[in-house]
Design a protein around this ligand. Structure first.
Ligand SMILES: NC(=O)C1=CN([C@@H]2O[C@H](COP(=O)(O)OP(=O)(O)OC[C@H]3O[C@@H](n4cnc5c(N)ncnc54)[C@H](OP(=O)(O)O)[C@@H]3O)[C@@H](O)[C@H]2O)C=CC1
Ligand SMILES: CCCCCCCCCCCCCCCC(=O)[C@@H](N)CO
Length: 337
């Protein structure tokens, strides 16, 4: 009896072990570590929110940091706050990512980049029907075309980086770039697009020892979310109620926490960086055909695939329920008027 049990146990443990072994043999690209200390980290949108928190952290860890954004005043304030906190001088570049020539000039002046963090982004939540085309184009231009401009401008120099060592291109997406959310037609489109860009680009630059990373933060407490700007009203003040309800499925994070996850993820060469627990579930549920360097994560992806699809369907059930009751509420309000 004991012998039968023992051999059954052995057989049962053999299955996961052989899966692990198989994954160990096949995961590509292979794991990589990307050092930060004494390397040039270039962060777009580094004057505010997540980008600023990231600049602080990279400076603290001994990187040479450059930040790029439009407003000279915000850049100067960021430079001073980083200097005050770390004693380190960051280089600042004022340019609009939508202007390739301006971006090229900035990158050439900054010198070869080891870690490029393409983080700039704008967000205005609105139903497609109520959103002006100008605003839609604005999000696509800054979030997507701006990212192309940045990478095109930096890549030639990155390839020729003099001090060698693995390099990184990290793109700031959003959980709204993993699943479509009510009110985010344009924003989600701009962020989903970064995934296609990243997956294809990774294949193109792996030969140059450049490693691509995608970050997927949930709602994060930043000026972009909470404070008005010269060009934009803060997202929280004008987002449709349903956007808040559905996005509320994931928690809210602080910019510093997102920056910490981001830098650690870049250093460990992760292709995908989730930022909170819901984000981890979301990343597992939407792993698709993305590269995965971690044998352990690949194992979890394979084993949980079916169950996570079921969890995803439960979320959709919940969201469509909210949408339905919202419409019902609106109707009854109209009829009582
Ligand atoms: N906050 C959130 O809830 C979440 C944010 N994200 C993403 O994280 C990234 C950063 O967001 P967050 O920190 O909230 O944003 P903020 O609005 O706080 O900061 C945005 C930064 O990008 C710069 N920027 C904006 N437009 C341009 C442009 N055309 N050219 C150059 N720089 C520009 C801004 O400077 P300036 O205006 O001076 O140009 C600023 O430095 C974005 O890509 C966003 O989509 C993802 C998930 C959640
Ligand atoms: C198995 C499946 C698990 C599913 C969990 C699902 C959670 C989805 C929540 C989506 C939140 C979107 C936040 C967008 C933040 C953002 O980018 C804006 N603030 C603009 O910056």
């Amino acid at each position: 009896m004991a012998l039968v049990l023992l051999s059954l146990l052995l057989l049962l443990s053999l299955l996961p072990l052989s899966l692990l072994l198989l994954l160990y043999l096949i995961v590509r690209p292979k794991p990589v570590k990307i050092p930060i200390k004494n390397r040039h980290v270039f962060i777009t949108g580094g004057s505010s929110g997540i980008g600023l928190a990231l600049a602080h952290r990279a400076a603290q860890e001994g990187a040479r940091v450059s930040i790029l954004a439009r407003s000279l005043q915000k850049l100067e304030e960021a430079k001073q706050s980083i200097h005050l906190a770390t004693g380190i001088e960051v280089a600042t570049f004022s340019a609009d990512v939508r202007d390739f020539d301006a971006v090229k000039k900035a990158v050439d002046k900054a010198g070869p980049v080891d870690v490029l963090v393409v983080n700039q982004g704008v967000f205005v939540a609105q139903e497609l029907e109520n959103q002006e085309l100008d605003e839609i184009k604005f999000m696509i231009d800054v979030n997507l075309i701006g990212s192309f401009n940045m990478i095109k401008a930096a890549l030639p120099q990155m390839k020729k980086r003099p001090n060698g060592g693995p390099a990184s291109i990290a793109l700031m997406s959003s959980q709204a770039g993993q699943v479509g959310i009510y009110g985010y037609t344009a924003y989600s489109a701009s962020k989903f697009a970064l995934r296609g860009l990243a997956e294809a680009l990774q294949q193109e630059v792996i030969g140059d020892d450049i490693h691509v990373t995608l970050i997927f933060p949930p709602d994060t407490e930043t000026p972009g979310l909470e404070e008005d700007d010269a060009n934009l009203i803060a997202e929280n003040k004008r987002k449709p109620q349903l956007t808040s309800i559905i996005a509320g499925s994931s928690g809210v994070m602080k910019a510093e926490e997102v920056a910490k996850k981001t830098l650690n993820g870049i250093k460990s060469g992760s292709f995908i960086i989730p930022c909170n627990f819901e984000g981890l579930l979301l990343s597992l549920a939407t792993c698709g055909l993305s590269p995965q360097r971690s044998v352990l994560m690949a194992f979890v992806e394979v084993v949980t695939a079916g169950l996570l699809r079921l969890a995803g369907l439960c979320f959709q059930w919940n969201w469509y329920g909210s949408i339905q009751s919202w419409h019902a509420q609106k109707k009854s309000k109209l009829s009582t008027k």
